[in-house]
Design a protein around this ligand. Structure first.
Ligand code: FAD
Ligand code: NAP
Length: 540
């Protein structure tokens, strides 16, 4: 017999979103429970333990700002910390704020159904218990459902198979083994150089080459940390008001330069561009203001990029194979790396450029492509995620009158501000589609959404409301706005096949999911809506 546990609020997910949401809601004296399928907190940083995993936003900025004591006490060791350090940080936050006592681990939410009569959400899980709550807050992550492509013969492979997005806790020892890896996005680009150092041989199966920039990661000095800590109030304010939630304090974006780009690439001569590549390498393209807004400028930058790649990679056939072609820099999530291209100069690394002939099937001992058979002991998928909508749709959410989220989102996700979906009262999504989310330093976006939801629930308590729902009109207007600002940007050009557009998942509707207007502007819009008595939301 299933017992129902009654709560004021259920939060699904105990990554950085769920942890902070729990902390805030506790202060309202609500009865709150977090349900998390993992064994511990950390979300992304709990699951993605692959070799080389680290953040690509400076850690002084990719961290919580809500507790000054926490940010003063915590010492990041590198500009961009590695996964174990970020997971330790998540654990420290859980300890410090005693979060684990209200988190139910190892429990997977399987269905989330709205009961029109009781005006509550019923959550069923893979455990013996069901849960009932007035508010249901989805902190399930934008990149939490690993995508394993359906390649024929995969079940026949005799060796071990791993996915970067659900890496074994005990790690993998590649010593003496031959390895095949599929995928050259951020996860592949981070793990390939590290696996290559350990494995006997690494074969990289690349379908689309990426524009990746040097990370320039380095240890942080005490003096830098102290200086940043002394300026934290100002740093955090600037982050919140910025475009992507990063100011690059002290190190710039990726540590390459702290200077703002000022020049137009269209004003440069061929000789000047050659000279810049010669002296600055890949970093040379960071100095231009127009490559993100002008296709001609972008093409010139792509040429500079390919020219530098040809210098770094010694074998010219391999270099050609690694060169991105026919799509602009900036249309996909930026990738930064440490010694990625240099890794292809190693004798134990082979690039298989799938543009010359794709994968036909996985065999018992490797991968058969149109170019021939490649043999290895271990297979690694670095093939990404069913991003932004994957975790939400996996929970079989049903709103008012039994309407299913999978039907509401049949043609792509719809939401008001990425915070609520019309027809799903009292259900909130942290960093949902339609918000800046993955186009930003996620910590900034997470904190903003959690604070907004907290304020909203406080307001409802103060005004004796127990129901909030986004209106259909507000939702439709917001979607129009989200599409309008995305139009004409690099993100939506037809040659770009990014996961922002759902293009990585066969059959997924192709629609640009995040809000490109910037975190500063988005925050202003959210705040204005609150000031205007929660314009676009209906209360009861
Ligand atoms: P998550 O951390 O994804 O947590 C969601 C949690 O929900 C997970 O623990 C999951 O197990 C749980 N969950 C989901 N569905 C269910 C269910 N049905 N039942 C129970 N539990 C469920 N962002 C940046 O801004 N900067 C970076 O440098 C950066 N690096 C990244 C590196 C990697 C390898 C990846 C994959 C992502 C990275 N991101 C980065 C994005 C990252 O996801 C966010 O920064 C942030 O960690 C998201 O936190 P979250 O709590 O919203 O989601
Ligand atoms: P991804 O960017 O989606 O890359 C997946 C890779 O797998 C792509 O190269 C893709 O090729 C390839 N692939 C997928 N299916 C394939 C198939 N059937 N055959 C051959 N190749 C296939 O995924 P990701 O690298 O995991 O990164 C996802 C996001 O997570 C990032 O964009 C970022 O937001 C976050 N992340 C951040 C960091 C960080 O540096 N902090 C690290 C990891 C992840 P195509 O391009 O041709 O589809």
């Amino acid at each position: 017999m299933i017992s129902k546990n009654q709560y004021d609020a259920i939060i699904v997910g105990a990554g950085f979103s769920g942890m902070y949401m729990l902390h805030r809601l506790r202060s309202l004296n609500l009865k709150v429970r977090v349900i998390e399928k993992a064994e511990d907190v950390g979300g992304t940083w709990y699951w993605n333990r692959y070799p080389g995993a680290r953040c690509d936003v400076p850690s002084m900025e990719y961290s919580y700002s809500f507790s000054d004591q926490l940010q003063q006490d915590w010492d990041w060791t590198e500009v961009m910390a590695a996964q174990p350090e970020i997971l330790t940080y998540a654990g420290e936050v859980a300890d410090r704020f005693d979060l684990r006592s209200d988190i139910q681990f190892e429990t997977n939410v399987l269905s989330v159904v709205y009961n029109d009569e009781s005006r509550s959400w019923i959550l069923e899980t893979d455990g013996p218990e069901a849960f009932e709550a007035t508010y249901c807050i989805m902190a399930t992550g934008c990149l939490s459902v690993p995508n394993t492509p359906d390649i024929s013969g995969a079940a026949n492979f005799k060796g071990d198979i791993y996915h970067t997005g659900s890496w074994p806790h005990e790690g993998v020892d590649f010593t003496g083994l031959t390895v095949g890896i599929i995928g050259t996005g951020s996860s592949g680009t981070q793990s390939i150089p590290v696996i290559a150092q350990e494995a006997k041989h690494l074969t990289v199966f690349q379908r689309t080459p990426n524009y990746t920039m040097p990370a320039h990661n380095q240890p942080l000095s005490d003096s830098f940390r102290n200086d940043a800590k002394a300026n934290y109030a100002d740093i955090r304010k600037q982050q919140r008001e910025s475009m992507v939630g990063i100011i690059g304090y002290g190190y710039g974006f990726g540590g390459a330069t702290t200077e703002e780009p000022t020049e137009s690439i269209l004003d440069t001569s061929r000789e000047e561009r050659d000279h810049l590549v010669e002296t600055l390498g890949f970093d040379s393209i960071q100095r231009f203001i127009d490559i993100g807004v002008d296709m001609g400028a972008n093409e010139l930058a792509c040429d500079m990029y390919r020219s530098q790649l040809g210098k770094v990679v010694k074998d010219q056939e391999t270099a050609q194979g690694l060169m991105p072609q026919n799509y602009p820099i900036g249309c996909k999530r930026p990738v930064i790396d440490t010694q990625y291209f240099e890794t292809f100069n190693r004798d134990n690394v082979t690039l298989v450029d799938l543009r010359k002939g794709g994968i036909e099937q996985i065999t018992t001992s490797g991968i058969k492509t149109e170019q021939g058979q490649f043999e290895f002991d271990v297979l690694v998928y670095a093939t990404g995620f069913d991003a932004m909508t994957g975790a939400l749709l996996a929970m079989n959410i049903q709103g008012k009158d039994g309407i299913k989220l999978s039907d509401t989102w049949d043609a792509g996700p719809r939401s008001y501000l990425g915070l609520q979906v019309h027809g799903y009262p009292n259900l909130f999504t942290i960093t949902g589609p339609g918000s800046p989310s993955v186009l930003s330093n996620m910590m900034v976006s997470i904190e903003q959404h959690v604070d907004w939801i907290f304020d909203c629930i406080s307001y409802m308590k103060d005004n004796n409301y127990d129901l909030i729902e986004a209106s259909g009109k507000a939702e439709a207007d917001w979607i129009t706005h989200v599409n309008e600002v995305a139009e004409g940007t690099m993100f939506t050009v037809s040659s770009c096949h990014s996961w922002y557009l759902g293009a990585n998942i066969p059959g997924k509707p192709r629609i640009f999911m995040p809000y490109v207007g910037g975190v500063g502007l988005y925050r202003e819009k959210c705040d204005a809506i609150v000031k205007n008595d929660y314009e676009g939301f209906n209360f009861a």
